[in-house]
Design a protein around this ligand. Structure first.
Ligand SMILES: Cc1cc2nc3c(=O)[nH]c(=O)nc-3n(C[C@H](O)[C@H](O)[C@H](O)COP(=O)(O)O)c2cc1C
Length: 359
C-alpha cells in the first residue's frame, strides 16, 4: 500500500493520511463591520466538503493576524473573538470527520490591500475597503503596487505579538496545527529576501538579520502553541531570481534554524516576491526543493505545486522526496481526490457513513 494512506504523527497529533489540502484564500469574508474577517457558510461548505472527501489535514487559507495584514479586504482574520468563534464550526466538523484542522496565519505586507483575483486583483485604497500597506522597506512589489510604508521596530514588535495572539485564538478555535506563512512575497518573506528587505537595522542586511523577524514570529507562536501540537512553516525555497534573492541554499540553512526554534514541518513552495522572473512550471516543479530540505535537514517536509495524479503523489513519497503532499487546485476540482486516489492505488481513507453506498 502507498505511504499516502499511512498515518503520520507530528508531536502528539496523528494525521490519518498524507493527502493534505494546501491553504487557498477564498476572498469571501465581509470586508468591514462586526463580521469582518469571520468565516461563514461558504467557508464552512468549502472545507467541510474536502473533509468529507477524505483529506487527511486541511490548512485553512491565509488568515490575517491584523486587519492591515489581509491580502485582500475579503480575507479571513483571527484578530478578534468573533472570528475565533466562527472558526469553531469548521474545526468541529473537520474533527468529527477525522480530518486534522490546521490554519495558516499570515500578514500580507507590501502585497496587502488588493482586490479579489476574479476582479483583477489590483491594489485598492480606502474607497474600496483598502489601506496603505506596510513592509520591511519602502520598495514596491511592482509598478502597479503602491510604495509601502517602512515598519518601525515598534511596529515589528507589535506584529510579532499579533502572530502570537492569533495563534492563541487558533487554539481556542479548535485548530490542531498552525502554519506560519513565510512564502509568496508576503511580510515574512519580504523580510527574508534581500530583494525586498533593504533595512540597515537589526532586521536587515545579513542572513541573521533578515531571518530575525521570522524567527521572532516562530518563537512567539511556539510560546503560546502547546508543546504537543505541531507548528508548520511555509517557505518560498527560491525566488527564481538569477541574483540578489533568497536561494535554495538559504532555505536549507533556514530550515535548520526553524527546526532549532521548534518548527516541525516545512511546507516548501516557491516564488511570489519578485516580478519578471521565469518559472519552469510543470507537474511537481517544486518537488526538488522539498526533496533537498528532506535530504539535508531533520524537518518533516511537505511538497506542493501541480501534484494532481495519484501515481505522481505516490511516487513523491516512495522516492523519499517528501513526507506528505499538499494539493491546491486539484482539490478545488475534486473535493474527494483522496478517496479517488485510494481507490486507484488500493489504499483506504475514511468515508463518511452517509456515503457508504458509494464505496
Ligand atoms: C485560489 C488560490 C488561493 C491560494 N491561497 C493561498 C494561501 O492562502 N496561502 C498560501 O500559502 N498559498 C496559497 N495559494 C497557493 C496554494 O497553496 C498552492 O501552493 C498552489 O496553488 C500550488 O499548488 P497546486 O498546483 O496544487 O494548486 C493559493 C492558490 C490558489 C489557487
Amino acid at each position: 500500500m502507498s505511504a499516502l494512506f499511512e498515518p503520520i504523527t507530528l508531536r502528539e497529533v496523528t494525521v490519518p493520511n498524507r493527502v493534505w489540502m494546501a491553504p487557498m484564500c477564498q476572498y469571501s469574508a465581509e470586508p468591514e463591520g462586526p463580521l469582518a474577517g469571520a468565516p461563514h457558510d461558504w467557508h464552512f461548505a468549502h472545507y467541510a466538503a474536502r473533509a468529507a472527501g477524505g483529506t487527511g489535514l486541511i490548512l485553512v487559507e491565509a488568515t490575517a493576524v491584523a486587519p492591515e495584514g489581509r491580502i485582500s479586504p475579503y480575507d479571513l482574520g483571527l484578530w478578534n473573538d468573533t472570528q475565533m468563534e466562527a472558526f469553531q464550526r469548521i474545526t468541529r466538523f473537520l474533527t468529527a470527520q477525522g480530518t486534522v484542522p490546521g490554519i495558516q496565519l499570515g500578514h500580507g505586507g507590501r502585497k496587502a490591500s488588493t482586490d479579489r483575483p476574479w476582479k483583477g486583483g489590483a491594489p485598492v485604497g480606502p474607497d474600496a475597503h483598502g489601506w496603505q500597506p506596510f513592509a520591511p522597506s519602502a520598495v514596491a512589489f511592482d509598478e502597479r503596487h503602491p510604495v509601502p510604508t517602512e515598519l518601525t521596530t515598534d511596529q515589528i514588535t507589535e506584529i510579532v505579538g499579533r502572530f502570537a495572539a492569533a495563534a492563541r485564538r487558533a487554539l481556542a478555535a479548535g485548530f490542531e496545527v498552525v502554519e506560519i506563512h513565510g512564502a509568496h512575497g508576503y511580510l515574512i518573506n519580504e523580510f527574508l529576501s534581500p530583494h525586498s528587505n533593504r533595512r540597515t537595522d537589526a532586521y536587515g542586511g545579513s542572513y541573521e538579520n533578515r531571518t530575525r523577524f521570522a524567527l521572532e514570529v516562530v518563537d512567539a507562536v511556539r510560546e503560546v502553541w502547546p508543546a504537543d501540537k505541531p507548528v508548520f512553516f511555509r517557505v518560498s525555497a527560491t525566488e527564481w531570481l538569477q541574483e540578489g534573492g533568497w536561494t535554495p541554499d538559504d532555505t536549507v540553512r533556514f530550515a535548520h534554524d526553524l527546526h532549532a526554534h521548534g518548527v516541525d514541518l516545512l511546507d516548501v513552495s516557491t516564488g511570489g516576491n519578485a516580478v519578471g522572473v521565469s518559472i519552469p512550471t510543470g507537474p511537481g516543479y517544486q518537488v526538488p526543493f522539498a526533496a533537498r530540505v528532506k535530504a539535508e535537514t531533520p524537518l518533516t517536509v511537505g511538497a506542493v505545486g501541480l501534484i494532481t495524479e495519484a501515481g505522481q503523489a505516490r511516487k513523491i513519497l516512495a522516492n523519499g522526496e517528501a513526507d506528505v503532499v499538499l494539493l491546491g487546485r486539484e482539490l478545488l476540482r475534486n473535493p474527494s481526490w483522496a478517496r479517488h486516489a485510494a481507490r486507484e492505488l488500493g489504499g483506504e481513507v475514511r468515508v463518511p457513513d452517509q456515503y457508504h453506498r458509494s464505496v
